[in-house]
Design a protein around this ligand. Sequence first.
Ligand code: GLN
Length: 505
Amino acid sequence: MTDLTALTLDEARQGLAKGDFTALELTEAHLAAMEAAAALNAYVLDTPDRARAMARESDARRKRGEAGRLEGIPLGVKDLFATEGTRTTACSRILGDFVPPYESTVTRQLWQQGAVMLGKLNNDEFAMGSSNETSAFGPVVNPFLPPNWDAAKARAALAADRKGLLVPGGSSGGSAAAVAANLCLGATATDTGGSIRQPAAFTGTVGIKPTYGRCSRWGIVAFASSLDQAGPIAKTVRDAAALLTAMAGHDPKDSTSVDLPVPDFEAALGRSVAGKVIGIPREYRVEGMPAEIEALWRKGAEMLKAAGARIVDVSLPHTKYALPAYYIVAPAEASSNLARYDGVRYGLRVKGRDIVEMYEKTRAAGFGREVKRRILIGTYVLSAGYYDAYYLRAQKIRTLIKRDFETVYAEGVDAILTPATPSAAFGIAEKAEADPVEMYLNDIFTVTVNMAGLPGLALPGGTDPSGLPLGLQLIGRPFDEETLFSLAGVIEDQAGRVRAPRWWA
Ligand code: GLN
C-alpha cells in the first residue's frame, strides 16, 4: 500500500470515499509517523486512544451513509484550542496539566464534520513568538534541511541539541511542521500578527488567516483578542479551503464572530481570475530585503498576470508604523488577558505566605521570558500617563492602517500581493538569543493584516537557491476569502508544491 501520510487531505477524502482504506488505517499510518518523528517536537501530546476511537466511529458513520465533509480525516490541533478532556496548555508552564471541560467551537465544528484528532501541537508560549522557541516544551524542528546539510548531519543535530536545524516559524510552528512532515493531513492554527502565515511560508505549506470574525474565538486561549483569529494550515490550497469551510461560522458564544453565511470555499478554486486587479504595495519593498524575496514577489505577480489578472502599483503609506503599533496593542491586550493566570483558577500554583506572594511566585514560575516581557510592556503602555502617549496613539495608527487598505480597495483593487516573510527559515537559536526586536521584524509583512482585520493567505511561491520554501501572501477585502482561494489556486498551479525531505527516521 502507498504511504497514506503522503496524501493530501483531498486525496485522502477521495480514497476514503472509494473504500481504498479506512479512517482507522489512515489514522494508524499517521500515529506511526508521529512516533517516528517525535524528535521534531511538533506534537506536545499524542492522543492515540482518542484518535482510534474517533476513527472507528467515523468508519461506522460512513457505513451508515452519514459521512461529513471531513469524514475520517486525521488532524492536529494547536495547543491553544481547548479540547474537552484533553490537556490544553498554550505551551505554558502556568497552565500545567489543565484539562478543559469544554471544546473550542472551531475544533467542535471539525469533529462534527467527521475529522479525527491525532494530538496537540506545539506553539510559542501563549502564541507569542515567530520561531516556536518560546514554548515551554522546547523548540520545534522544521523538516526542511539547513542549506548544505545532509540527512546524517541533521540526524546527529536532532539527537543532540537541535542547534543549526531550522525553526518552522511561529507561533503555529507545530502545526506547520506537522503538516510539512506528513504528521497530519491538516492542522488548526491561530494568527494574531502572522502566526499562521509566517510558519506556513517557512515550511512550504498553505495557511490562511480569515477575516476577523470569520471563525469563533470561543475556547481558544486568548492572546490579543482584537487581533486573534483561527485558521488552517494545510498541504494545498484546496485542503486549506476545505478546512476553513468547516472551521468558520457564526457563534453566539463569541460576540465578535460575524453572522454571515459561510461559502463553500473550495468552490472558489478554479474560478477565473481574469480581470482581477492585484495591488503591489510599494511600502513592502523594505530595505535589505534579499534578492530572492524580491524575485519571488515578481514571479508571483507574473503568474497572476498570466492568468489574466491586472497588476497595479498601490501605496499603503502607514505600513512603516504597523510593527511598532502592533507591539503596543498586542502586549496591552495580552497583559489584560493573562491576568487570569493567578494560581487560583487554572494549572500551576506555587504556595506563598499570603495570596499576593502566591500570585507573584506562581506567575514568576509559570510564565517564560517572552511572555513576561509582553506583560511588562503591556501594563506599561496601559498605565496612567503612558496610556495616551502609547496605547491611544497606537490605536489611532491602527485606524490609519485600516484606512490605507480601504482606500486601495475603494479604487477597485481586489487583492494585494506581497511576500509573506522577509527571509526563508532561519536556524534554531540564531535569533532567539539576540535582540527581541530582530525576531519581531519577521512579522513586518503580516501584522498590518491583523491590525486591519483583513483576510491573508500564505502559500509557497518557490524556493531560495538552497531549496528552502519561500512564501507569498495574498491580502483580501473583508470577508472575501474566496478571491484569495481563487488567486492562490492560480499560483499553486504554476509554482507547484514544495515538499520537505524525510530524513529523521
Ligand atoms: N510573532 C507575533 C508575535 O509574537 C505574532 C504572533 C501571533 O500571530 N500569534 O506577537
